[in-house]
Every structure is written in structure tokens, then in C-alpha cells.
Design a protein around this ligand. Structure first.
Ligand SMILES: C[S@@+](CC[C@H](N)C(=O)[O-])C[C@H]1O[C@@H](n2cnc3c(N)ncnc32)[C@H](O)[C@@H]1O
Length: 418
């Protein structure tokens, strides 16, 4: 096992990566990859190289990050964004640009989903700008290409693919009207100079805080709070809400959102009349916004808005359990999942979710047991294959993790993976 405390500390200092959370085998694999690429076989020589060279440090970061993502990964959060944009932001801002941030954006699926969801909900996209930032240059290159394979389209509800993509020999090419809305740039959320001089009305920071230890989570959340506009909403990943504790963020009135107390506003009514949507406005972007793209190409509006989730969740269904987990109420979420399993004992998604909740609570043995059950019930459950692999890596079982990664890769067309 190739492990060097100084290299690990360097990674932790630079991008916040908590070696505990991703496990030694992933770090071992990344260091091996870089040793081979540098034609070095001496770990100490590599330590010196990576400590002295920013270029090599970036290469190591590229090897160690987990750019796992897909379109509409958390449907409820995107529905929450649409509710925020249409029911709250738009009525209060007859002019101006809705400013959105996706960090980390990985290979682009998340910010492009923000754009697709808003387009489908009827938001005037000429009044929206989405910045998308990630520390990985390789991921951003793929994001800019905007050509995606099967791995980026998961679940059954894939109508958005027909509306927003064109099939090409290389894969599904995202249409220009969606690409137009998103600007990608490289950045490190933990860097002192990470984005200045602007704030965002909504920020997605999903599936990053889980890789940080507690002090780094506190720093990251402070950076996000600084970037959030006074009435803005922050969306974090499932089971990441616990990272917000003590930060001043509280549950917002849009699904899956969090806000700072200054944003205490009357709740958004689900039944509220929506204002008439202006069609294809060509509004100049705010001076503070990064360079605008040439022009809004317009987008064919779809007849009906995509349905938004109900405001009153059914008790003890999986959505409700997920919501509790999102709010950091892990014990209640586990209880809810447990009750659901009493009547749906053979539900792989329920065992998967309970595994995620147990892992977030630090009960890795129970998490592993539920992941095992989920895979027994659905051997191809891709999320479980990934989460279980990460858990095994964290426990130092590199070969077990490797087997699960390989099983997951086999599900992808032509072994396509990241
Ligand atoms: C699991 S992906 C999450 C992508 C997306 N937000 C989602 O939820 O699907 C994690 C991403 O975090 C990026 N990352 C890791 N540390 C970072 C940092 N300090 N600043 C910005 N991006 C970072 C990685 O490059 C990787 O693409």
C-alpha cells in the first residue's frame, strides 16, 4: 500500500480531501498512477516532486477526485430550485438576472440539469446565468464538450433526454440552448480567492462536503455562506445537511433548500398563482457577472410544466426518509426507513438509503449490511455499487472495493466510465 502522510496532508490542505472518508486504497491507486506517469519508483522522490510542482499536484488531484454524477441526481432539489426561481425570486425581481452556482460541478450534469429544469418549468432563461466550478480540469473539459454516455442518464424518468439532447455517434450531445446558460471555470472552494465580487441567489453544493472532515466542512460552509445572496438558498446533497450544523443555516421553505436567518420570508405557497412568464427575454447580464455568452438562442417551450413534488410528504415513504436525512435528522430518517422496510422488506432502494444514513451516522457495519441486502435484491443497483465500494475503501478493503467498481463499470456501455 503506497501511503505517505505528507502527500495525504498536502491533499487535505489543498482540496480538503479527508483521507479517512475516501479510504487508503483510492489514495494508493492515485499515487501509483502518478508514480507510473512520472516514471518514478521511489515514493519519497514523488513526495518531493508533488510538493514542489503545482502541475504535479493538480495531476494528483485529478487522479484522486471522484467525479461521480448524473443528470437529475436529486430530482427534489431541482424541483426546489424551480419553485424558488418561479414563486419567490421572479415576483420579487421584475428585472435582473437570477444568478446560480454549481460547485462542484464535476462533468457538468448538475449545472446542465439546473438549466434543463428551469427551461422545462418555464423560467425565462434570458434572465438566468449559471456558473459551474470544479477543481478538476479534466472534468471541466468533458463538461464543455457536453457529450454524455449512458452513465449520466439514470433512473426511468428520462423524458428530458429527448427534449434536450441529440443522439450522435459520440453519445448524447446536449443542445446549444441548454449549454448556453452555463459557464464553466476551474476553482477550489477552499482557496482564499475562490470567487469574489459576486453573490448567488441559489447555490448547489452537493456531494462534496461528505469528503471533508469537520473543520474543513466548517470552512467550506462559511465560503458558501459568503457567496449566498441575502435571500438566497443553498442546496446540499442527501445526508449532507449535518455538515451545516452550527453554521446558522436553517431549512428553507423550498424543498431541500437551506437559508440563512436573514432570509426569513413568508413561506412559498404551492398553490400560489405564478406570474405570466415573459417569453425569451434578452436581458443584458449584470455588470458583475462573468463574461456573457453572445446571445440567448431561445428554446421551444414545452406545453406543460414538469410536475413539482407535493408539499406534504407521505409519512414513512422513502422520499420522506430521504428528506429527513437531508435535514440531518439521521435517527428519524433511519426510523422512517425501518418502518418502510416493515412493509417493503424486499426494497433495494430502501436498504440502499438506510445504508447511506447509517454510513452518514458513522455506523459502517450496519451500512455495509444494508448495502449487501440492497445488492442481494438488486445486483445492479448502481448507487449501492458505488457507495458500498467507497465504504469498503474507507475500511481498507481495496480488493472488495475494486470488485464492486468493476461490477459498476460493467453496467456501462463499452465499459465506459470515469
Ligand atoms: C461526487 S462529485 C459531485 C458532483 C455534483 N455536485 C453531484 O452532486 O453530482 C465531487 C466533485 O468535487 C470536486 N472537488 C473536490 N474537491 C473540491 C474542491 N475543494 N473545490 C472544488 N471542487 C472540488 C471533484 O473534482 C469532483 O468533481
Amino acid at each position: 500500500m503506497l501511503w505517505n502522510a505528507e502527500i495525504v496532508a498536502l491533499l487535505e490542505r489543498t482540496i480538503g480531501l479527508d483521507a479517512e472518508s475516501i479510504g487508503p486504497s483510492l489514495i494508493d491507486r492515485a499515487i501509483r498512477e502518478r508514480l507510473a506517469a512520472c516514471a518514478l519508483d521511489d515514493l519519497d522522490a514523488y513526495r518531493q516532486r508533488v510538493s514542489a510542482s503545482g502541475e504535479e499536484l493538480q495531476a494528483l488531484i485529478e487522479a484522486v477526485v471522484v467525479p461521480e454524477t448524473w443528470f437529475f441526481r436529486d430530482r427534489e432539489a431541482f424541483a426546489g430550485l424551480c419553485r424558488f426561481a418561479l414563486d419567490r425570486w421572479l415576483p420579487r425581481h421584475p428585472e435582473g438576472v437570477l444568478r446560480l452556482l454549481s460547485v462542484p460541478c464535476a462533468t457538468g450534469e448538475e449545472p446542465y440539469t439546473m438549466a434543463m429544469a428551469l427551461i422545462d418549468a418555464g423560467f425565462p432563461m434570458g434572465r438566468c446565468s449559471i456558473d459551474a466550478i470544479d477543481v478538476s480540469a479534466a472534468s471541466l473539459e468533458r463538461a464543455n464538450r457536453a457529450v454524455y454516455g449512458k452513465n449520466s442518464f439514470r433512473g426511468d424518468d428520462l423524458g428530458f433526454r429527448d427534449r434536450h439532447f441529440e443522439r450522435t455517434a459520440a453519445g448524447e450531445q446536449l443542445k446549444e440552448a441548454v449549454r448556453w446558460a452555463v459557464r464553466f471555470s476551474q476553482g477550489n472552494l477552499l482557496a482564499a480567492d475562490f470567487v469574489s465580487g459576486t453573490t448567488y441567489d441559489a447555490i448547489f453544493c452537493c456531494n462534496l462536503l461528505i469528503y471533508f472532515d469537520r473543520p474543513t466542512q466548517v470552512r467550506a460552509v462559511a465560503a458558501l455562506a459568503r457567496l449566498l445572496a441575502p435571500e438566497g438558498v443553498l442546496f446540499v446533497g442527501r445526508a449532507e445537511a449535518a455538515a451545516l450544523r452550527g453554521s446558522g443555516f436553517t431549512t428553507a421553505t423550498v424543498p431541500r433548500g437551506f437559508a440563512l436567518p436573514s432570509a426569513a420570508l413568508p413561506p412559498v405557497s404551492v398553490a400560489a398563482e405564478r406570474p405570466a412568464m415573459p417569453q425569451r427575454l434578452a436581458v443584458p447580464r449584470a455588470a458583475s457577472a462573468p463574461a456573457a455568452k453572445p446571445r440567448w438562442p431561445g428554446y421551444p417551450r414545452i406545453a406543460a410544466r414538469s410536475p413539482l413534488p407535493s408539499a406534504s410528504p407521505q409519512p414513512c415513504d422513502l422520499e420522506h426518509a430521504g428528506r429527513l436525512a437531508d435535514q440531518g435528522r439521521l435517527e428519524e430518517a433511519a426510523l422512517c426507513c425501518g418502518r418502510y422496510l416493515q412493509t417493503h422488506a424486499f426494497s433495494a432502494p430502501a436498504h440502499h438509503l438506510l445504508g447511506v444514513i447509517r454510513a452518514a451516522s458513522g455506523d459502517l457495519a450496519s451500512a455495509a449490511a444494508h448495502y449487501r441486502k440492497a445488492l442481494y435484491l438488486d445486483p445492479q443497483h448502481p448507487d449501492t455499487l458505488l457507495h458500498f465500494a467507497l465504504l469498503l475503501e474507507r475500511q481498507g478493503d481495496a480488493s472488495g472495493a475494486q470488485r464492486l467498481h468493476m461490477r459498476r463499470r460493467r453496467l456501462e456501455p463499452n465499459g465506459e466510465g470515469r
